[in-house]
Design a protein around this ligand. Sequence first.
Ligand code: NAD
Length: 498
Amino acid sequence: MIPPDGNAVRLSDRQVDIIATRLAERLSAPPAAQSNTTTASINAPRSAPVIAPRVALGEGVFTTVDDAVEAAGVAFRELDGMSLDRRRKIIASIRSSMLEHAEELARHAQSETGLGRAEHKAIKNRLVARKTAGTEVLTSHAVTGDHGLTLTEYAPFGVIGAITPTTNPTSTIICNTIAMLSAGNSIVFNVHPNASECSMANVRLLHRAIVDAGGPDNLVSTVAEPTIESAQALMGHEGVRLLTVTGGSGVVRQAMASGKRAICAGPGNPPVVVDATADLEHAARGIIAGASFDNNIVCTDEKEVIAVESIVQELLQKMIHFGAYLLTGSELSRVEQAIFSEQRGPRRRSVVQKDLIGKNAKEILARAGISCMGDPPLLVARVPNDHPLVWTEQMMPVLPVTSVPDVDRGIELAKEAEHGYGHSSGMYSRDIDALSRMARTINTSIFTKNGPFFAGLGEGGEGYTSFTIASPTGEGLTGPISFSRLRRCVLVDHFRIV
Ligand code: NAD
């Protein structure tokens, strides 16, 4: 896990002043309404947020999509006229501010959406602040020869319209901002209505970090009252050059039908296969850590375990040893009744009970009328291959474990259960042939071997991170290059210097 970054960041005097002012604001009553302040409530939060709710305009927050796009257009032109060094300073300031506010934003997102665990959301916020790729990846490419020099550079698109989910509201905003701004773009966010308060707070903090570093106002902007309609208006807006959507199948379909270039990060149902050669203790620990991460709402989290028959019992025993709660047959029936609003039969996706998405395992047990000691991170249940839990992206800490006669049947079932999303998958094995076979067969954007799936996001694994994993459109883990246009400049017959 990433350690807290107490010493990693040096704050300017101005940043210190801003933080002190914000702390003072939070400790006192909410500030009196200003003339340009609305008190519009978007979706009533389910419990009191940590940051006082206010939908004030300004600092990147606009009433209409038109206003937000216009302001982002002005900001883009200003950024376009600035040096690369200034852009680097803006990104550094954003990273520093987001590390500073990672926990506060995490608590805010959890209390507003009611999803996941604040401590895991803080890990996600710190991860994206530190490991989203920045300007450093935009290296120009030069080719020289008898006919001179050809240079290829990464250029911005302009204004990007970005639609963000409720499951990772702040980490997606932070990640998109670092990657899109690094490439020289400006952004208009249409955030999920159920996460609008924390998202507005996030946009304000980003706005301040950008302006503190000498960047333009409104480089990151948003609409104060996001709805499906405002998302669709953004998709159709002539001032928006590129769309990026992060969410379920509905928003992906809509973006692809918009007629604009769209980078689409859609749903997944990540399977993990465990074969007879695996280190079962390591597998049990890793699967519990991964599948319980933020109560399973992260799109890359392990959603079903497919284990070879000969080791499935031992794997389950070890999972219980490391803290998972094993549901008995009758308990599983009660949990199914609680978590599904509709079951559509074997090998088909069930409809999940929305108000249990992202809840703690203990709360799900309570809803099913089952009492338990402590706070188990994860519920596990042994199920047949065709059980709806295997086929459904449940986004709850309820993990089905199903068995297969051998590893090849496991890979086959994993491919079927993944539904062809091409999103995420993984395997615990010491057999390199089996690992390679599964990686090739399942063909997902991320394939994690012998570790929790969050390692595939760079948390405990190598490489940069992204919370917009564009499987349908093929960019995979998006970064600054995904949000760039390639431009070529050719000098004929000169500047080959050898
Ligand atoms: P969601 O699809 O309900 O909402 C995502 C965003 O799309 C929201 O801002 C919502 O307002 C908007 N939206 C939804 N339908 C729309 C439509 N028809 N037109 C315009 N806008 C629309 O998803 P969610 O519940 O916020 O997130 C969970 C889903 O997102 C899961 O399926 C998860 O796998 C997926 N997800 C994928 C990634 C990824 O990187 N691939 C990341 C996070 C979440």
